[in-house]
Every structure is written in C-alpha cells, then in structure tokens.
Ligand binder design. Structure first.
Ligand SMILES: *[C@@H]1O[C@H](CO)[C@@H](O)[C@H](O)[C@H]1NC(C)=O
Ligand SMILES: *[C@@H]1O[C@H](CO)[C@@H](O)[C@H](O)[C@H]1NC(C)=O
Length: 531
C-alpha cells in the first residue's frame, strides 16, 4: 500500500520479502541463508552473522501472524497496565502450500540493517515500567492511568464523535505520553542488536518526563533529581557507556526541555537538572520542545490522536482531509495567557473573535463546546479551516501544531521557536512551502491583521501549501507501537527521529560538529533572547 509521502525510503527490502511470501518467510529465509552461507562462507565474516541473527526479531513467527489487512491490532505487551482488552480477532487464513524451493541466490551479501542497529539498554524497572504501575501518582489533575493504556496511546476513540474520526487508529492521547509510545515503537524497530558494540546508537528507555512530572509542583530539588541521578550512575557503570562516554546514547523526554534544565543559582526553581548532568550532556535528548541554544536536545513531534497501524490507514486519512469542507478561512483553538506571552494570544483571540471568517474554540470558556480536551471538538474545528493559528503560549511550542498538520490545516506561526527552530528532522527546511509566518511584533503593535495577511494567498497557493501539509502527515505521526515492523510499512516520526540520531552520532564519532555548520542553525537567533 503506497503512502502519499515524499519521505518514503528504506522499505524496498521489506516489500520484496513480503511479496516473496510472508507465510513462508520464517522457513525459507533462515533455511536458504544457512544453506547459502555454508556453501559460500565456510567461516562467514562476523558482520554477516550478526546481521542474520539480528534479522530474527523482525520476522513474524507462525502463530503471531499479523499480516491480513483486516486483522485488528493484537493486545499491548504485558507490562502495559491498564490496557483495554483487544477487539475480537478473526483467525488468520491457513498458509498457502509451499512454493517450489528457490534456486537463485542473492548476488551480494547485503545486511539491510548495516549502520542502523540500535541497542536498547535493559534498565531496571524503576526507570520505566514502575512509573506506569504507579500511574496514580503521575499527575494530580489528569488520570494518567487512562492515558498510558494501549501502549501509551490512551483509550480508543470511537466513531460516536460526529463522524470526525474513522473507526481505527484514533486514541485519546495525552501530550505527555511520548516516552511510553516511543519505547513501544523501539521494541518493534526492525534492526535491534543485543550487542552494544555493533550498535549505531544506544537507546535509554527512561521515562524522564513521567518521572519529573510527578514532582514539578511543590517538591524539593532533591526529590526531583533523585531518579535522574540514579539513572546516570547506572548508565556510567554499564559496559555500553564506556565505548563513547555515552555520546552514542539517546533518551526521550516527553516534556519540554525547560522541565529538565533547572539551573540552580540562577533564580530558576523549575524542573529537574537531568539535561545539565555531565552524563546527559554527552547524550542526545529527544524532547517535544528543544531549547534553541543548547546542543544536545532535539525537538520531535508531540504525539497526536492518530496512531495508524499500517500505511493504508494513513493514506485513507490523507484522502479524508484532502476532501474536507473548510468553511473557515482560519481557526484558533486554545486559551489566553494574559501577560505571560506578551499578550500575543489575547490579540489573536481578539482578532479571531471579531472576524466572520475565523472559527474559534476558546478553551476554558463555559460549556461543552469549549472543551479543548475533547478530541472531536479540536480536530473537528481544525479540519474545517484552511489556516490554523499557532501562537506560542506558556512555552514556544504547542501540540496543536501537529493536530493542525494532521487536519490538513496550514499552520500560521508567529514565532520561529514554535516550529522552524525546533523540528528540523521532521519538518521541511523551506517553511514557506507548508506554513505562513507573521512575526509577533506586528500583531502586538496592531500593524499586522491576520485576516488581511491570509486573504492575500490565492486559492492555488493555499491548495499547494495544504498538499505539502498533507504529505507531512506520515512523518509526524507515531505509528501504533503494537504494530510489528513488517505491517504496512511507512516512515513515521520514530523512523525519522532514529535516522536523525544515527546521523548525529555518526558525526560525533567522527569528531565532526553534531550538525552541519551551514544548515541555517543561526538564522532565527534574532528572535530569541540569548542567555
Ligand atoms: C563524555 O564524553 C567524553 C568523550 O568521550 C568522555 O571523556 C567523558 O568521560 C564523558 N563524560 C561522562 C560523564 O562520562
Ligand atoms: C510594528 O512592528 C513591526 C514588526 O516588528 C515593525 O516593522 C513596525 O515598525 C512596528 N510599527 C509600529 C507602529 O510600532
């Protein structure tokens, strides 16, 4: 199934293997490899052996087949507590008769995983699954037990939502569960190795944001830092650390970088010191909002409500949003921030409220229709507008950016820190292709009227930008973490992030700067108060 996407690559071998007969794969591949290796490599080079061994995890074993297109997802892995029961499953059809044995041999030895192996640290459970077990303690206000269900995606959304969502792939996902989703996705990564010395990068499955999220309000610094300090001590004493001093390691923080960058002595009282620990400064941290002027954290998309299982689910949704009626020229979903953001949100809400062409979902106002926590409310609005306004709020970024992309709504940014300086692996470098930029200052001093700016785009320009946004959907969504690597391949946000990490680690190992000097790193500096 083709995904409508300009970023699809690396899936050809999987397609060929699938075409070769997925039922026979478990038998034919190991058998033919073995015969062929014995014939031609009486003592095979170690790399090849490793490659074939590592291939095993991605081969679907008989009895756990998930290859029939309509088979519902299997249940989450055992340790994900609170999961809803799986939908009833149809039994797979019997395997077809075996084809005649293949005679032809591959021309060359190619390890499709060469240079892409990931080693996952086996962390003690206190760093991840215990946090899920004690989910009551994760938030005072939000029922996180609900949201960590289904491998971190949260409860399924049904079609009883005014027809906003299709029957499968949609969940009430909380914006802070990325660590759980990412961990599940990495377990399905097609190129895992059990040998850290063969890995291109090392994943540390610590739920950093769930950890600190428990203690952000009203706890001592010692409590906030406890588990982070425990983690780096554990890592430092592990054999995998020694090879590169942890500079091939990466972790995921499902919160903004500021929640992990408490600078004691600078009057800052917020968050933990995780990303300032010397060990963490050697690692790469993937966070939903990076700090523009620190090197070792990189922005990755917020999780959205959509977690497609296979490429066909993405393609179907892309068709839906391409056809969607968009009665609003522009829309805004969010709450005001008073003076905290220099008044930008209040200005934007005011402009939207006064325009007949703006759809407004004012969070925090009275009534069910103002409920911003209702996914159908939010997605229903974004799907019915051509442009979606994305002013910053408490921090530079907002999840709504990714909800808007998902809805095929062209985002309008007011600060480069909201996307352009953040998600450089996931969003196109040429931001004018998919978004509109209206600098905050003009809105604040009243010289920029959003509606005037947007009305200047002709229908063809808007259509071209929307098409670009729709093509970005696969690479900003997180695939259902329970889907095996071979199920309807498309490159999702995790695939893009892992490639980014591998390239970054490769540069670091070669003593190059972690990113290209001239990739526009500093083009937005004027918009940030440098520390
Ligand atoms: C960070 O990496 C450098 C270079 O590999 C290494 O010398 C140093 O010990 C590492 N830091 C820690 C805390 O391990
Ligand atoms: C308003 O802000 C814009 C953008 O920074 C600036 O070019 C313009 O001179 C400002 N106008 C006034 C009246 O302050």
């Amino acid at each position: 199934m083709a995904v409508d996407c300009n970023c699809l690559h690396g899936s050809a071998p999987a397609t060929v293997l699938l075409a070769a007969g997925r039922w026979l794969l478990p038998l034919v591949v190991p058998a033919s490899c073995l015969v062929w290796m014995l014939l031609f490599f009486p003592s095979p080079p170690p790399e090849v052996v490793v490659g074939r061994e590592r291939f095993q995890p991605s081969i679907t074993l008989p009895g756990q087949r998930v290859s029939v297109d309509d088979t519902p997802p299997p249940p989450a892995r055992g340790e994900m507590i609170g999961s809803s029961p799986p939908p009833p499953s149809r039994s797979p059809p019997p395997p077809p008769p075996p084809p005649p044995e293949r005679k032809e041999r591959p021309a060359t030895v190619t390890d499709r995983c060469a240079g892409r192996y990931i080693y996952i640290h086996e962390l003690p459970s206190r760093f991840n699954s215990d946090l899920l077990r004690d989910c009551r303690s994760l938030s005072e206000w939000t029922d996180m037990c609900r949201h960590i269900a289904n491998a971190g995606m949260g409860p399924r959304l049904t079609t009883r939502t005014g027809g906003v969502f299709p029957a499968t792939g949609w969940f009430d996902t909380n914006q802070f569960t990325l660590e759980v989703i990412f961990h599940g996705r990495m377990r399905q990564y097609g190129c895992l190795t059990a040998d850290a010395s063969h890995a291109a990068a090392v994943y540390v499955p610590y739920y950093a944001g769930l950890d600190v999220g428990r203690y952000l309000w009203g706890f001592s610094n010692g409590v906030r830092d406890g588990l982070s300090e425990d983690l780096v001590e554990w890592l430092r004493s592990s054999p995998a650390w020694a090879a590169h001093g942890g500079r091939d390691h990466f972790l995921v923080g499902g919160r903004i970088a500021w929640d992990f960058r408490r600078e004691d002595g600078k009057g800052s009282q917020w968050g933990s010191r995780l990303l300032l620990l010397p060990e963490a400064m050697n690692m790469t941290a993937l966070v939903i909002e990076a700090s523009p002027w620190h090197g070792n954290d990189v922005g990755v998309p917020y999780p959205t409500y959509f977690h497609p299982w296979r490429a066909g689910d993405v393609a179907a949704w892309q068709r839906t949003v391409r056809r969607a009626q968009r009665p609003w020229l522009f829309a805004f979903a969010g709450g005001g921030r008073g003076k905290d953001d220099g008044g930008i949100r209040d200005r934007i809400i005011g402009q939207c409220a006064r325009s007949r062409r703006c759809g407004l979902l004012r969070c925090g106002a009275r009534g069910r229709r103002s409920n911003c926590y209702d996914p159908a409310n939010v997605m229903g609005l974004l799907k019915s507008a051509a442009f979606c306004l994305q002013p910053r709020g408490d921090s530079y970024t907002r999840r709504s950016v990714f909800d808007a992309i998902l809805a095929g709504c062209v985002p309008v940014f007011f600060h480069p820190g909201t996307a352009y300086a953040q998600y450089r692996w996931h969003l196109p470098a040429d931001h004018s292709r998919y978004s509109v930029f209206i600098p905050e200052d003009g809105v604040r001093n009243g010289t920029a009227r959003v509606e005037h700016v947007l009305r200047r785009f002709g229908a063809a320009d808007v259509a071209a930008m929307r098409e670009e946004v729709i093509r970005m959907i696969p690479s900003v969504v997180y695939r259902d973490p329970r889907a095996p690597a071979a199920a309807g391949r498309f490159r999702d946000a995790v695939d893009v992030a892992v490639d980014g990490v591998i390239e970054r680690v490769r540069r670091i190992r070669q003593r190059l700067p972690p990113r290209d000097e001239d990739d526009g790193e500093h083009q937005w500096d004027a918009y940030f108060d440098k520390q």
